[in-house]
Design a protein around this ligand. Sequence first.
Ligand SMILES: [Zn+2]
Length: 744
Amino acid sequence: MSIKNIYDTVIPHPGPGEPPLFKRFPFSAELLGPYHNCCHRDKYLRKSRNETEIDSSWRIIKPEPENKVVNFAVNDFSQFLDICMKVRLNDAPAGGKAVILETAPEIGPAESHKIEITDEFIKISGADAAGIMRGIFFLERLMLKREAPFLEKQTIHKTTALPLRLFRSPVASYYKETQGHYDGEHYHDNILAKIAHHGFSGIWVKAWLRDLIEPVGFDWDCRDQKRKREDLERLIERASNYGLAVYLHMQEPWGAHEEDSFWKKNAHLRGDFFEPSHEYALCSSRPEVKEYLEQGFYQLFKRLPGLGGITMITASEHQSHCFSRVINPDMEISFEHWPIYEVTCPECRKRTPQEVAAEILNLAERGIHRAKPEAGVVAWNWSWSQWEEDPQAGVLRRLSEKVLVMSGFERGGKFKIFDDEFINDEYSLTYVGPSERFRKTAEFENGRNKPIAAKLQISTTHEAGALPHLPVMYSVAEKMRNLRKYNCAGGMFTWNFGCFTSIVTELAREFYFDPVKTDLEEILSGVAAGRYGTGAVPAILAAWKHFSDAGKFYPRDAWSLSFQPLNHGPAYPLFFENKNDQSPLSWQDSAMENHRLEDWIHPPWTVDKRLNAFRELLRHWEKGLASMAQAEADVSDLKRIDFLRDFAVAKAFKNMVLADINVTEFARLRGEYYSNKDCDRKKTIAKMKNICANHIELNDEMQALIETEPAIGYHVEAHCMLINREKLVKVKEKLLGILSQDKF
Ligand SMILES: [Zn+2]
């Protein structure tokens, strides 16, 4: 396969005349709406003797001086009581019952909180304003679970365990951000509020240094830096109202296309050439580029002091520095993007990739911390494995102690399906982890008394990129528990997709503050009760167990995940024509007029191995769906809508796996039909027609499911609906057309 096809394809995103978000996506009305939006009070419940009831006679006492995060949390709490609990706080006179908020830095690190619930008062002490906000949100969750404003008299003390918890908006556009559009309705205030409620401490956006600072080290044309900085500053300011930090995701020093005007002024800084994309790297071994990195990052944090920090990739993805795409020929790579084994740049030839990557990170760190000592500098180990075996000690030991290393939690892990062993080379929810690579990296860093950060995708991954979440809840609970075994500072919990808050982010939230319950069943029961009501817990837990067991059979393979039909479900067409062009990428909107089996079935996988794995997965998944169906009768009436939407997501996953099986089998039969002279053509055609008929059934079912959960089919990176009614109807018409043709 040519490299060009993957990396030259520009993913389209709407232009200047685009309609506003709420008109573009069927789920956006709810997404952009307020977090608290319906009644959760069961009016027949009565409080028990050991409970306190909040009613309209209570008041809230805020700490001095005024603080915007506390103000947000207090307003949120008042709205919660009013809308969800039917309690409207009046201006009660002083002296009565009160929720007392206070700042108490001594109770623990930032965001830690302590809640004392008595008959007369509820006192929320926060280590800082964000700690008060966390305490208020915790109270809200207790009442949501109880379905009444009744709180058990007790003292709860939560200490922050994972301080760095980065997330993203599901309507943020990665490809618009790379062009410097940071603020806007994709970070609508209600989206920021949802991200804060789900326990995250920050958001990340994609940025390039040259877009945000004035020339230093060398010269470049105006890139509208001032406007972009102002845009970013607005986002930083708005996010901070919700206690959220803004991190920039970067891949410096960043080269450019051979015809880019940048090289007219800076030909002497050209590094290695990457033929497939016609890009030159910016050679980071030159003193001018080193100055650019150190001074540039200093300027960035001087001009935008509100920034929380950066995360940085220093291998693969872009032709950034000279070693970006160079692979050590001794390394075994399961997903090889480009066969380049030697650096040609005369400066970098004298050096190693580990030395160059560590130097870039250290220069950035020095510049950033000179301007803002408390900022986070996170080095992501993405694809360092192309240079050195795990844990890439050559990079790690060169890094400043002030650089926090972030390792993919699942990449590089071995797993078995039936009797075959495979390597996991992608984010994965179905694979618990940690991978051997994470474990070795964490042990190396922890051994030097440094914490580690983890790169995860909590809500969804390429395993089901067009679903808002994948409910493999036992696997995620185990994953989070395993993460907590290391000295972990937190991490980045999305990529540019997998950004919906969901039942899965609710589960992950249970692991952010100590103490964490040791029994996973107890944690899962609590989450299930909060979402669906106590009565439904046993059947829901059974469903989640089956879903997690099913996930163990997911045919995880970086090639498959990149090209498989699954994300498009039954909106993926079938056709008899013998086309042999490359299949579309699984995360792109595309006409999908080709499907070439070998694009998504790559050794060591075979068609049969893939189909067998998926069929075994479905056997377990169906048991999970049966348990969910059983739970339905016991779901609390007040939580029925959330249940039905989550049930639709679980059904949609089955539907999409079946559609993938259909496309795979159909493509195999078509190959037989055209290339095997001995094949029974009549029989083959009959089988293909059966598949078409089944694809129509899946299509009809999916049309119903997207009515219940309108986020099904949306892919965040593609920034569009991969599955929607229009696409389904079109494919169905095509399938009916095939079935009606006599010649088949
Ligand atoms: Zn170089």
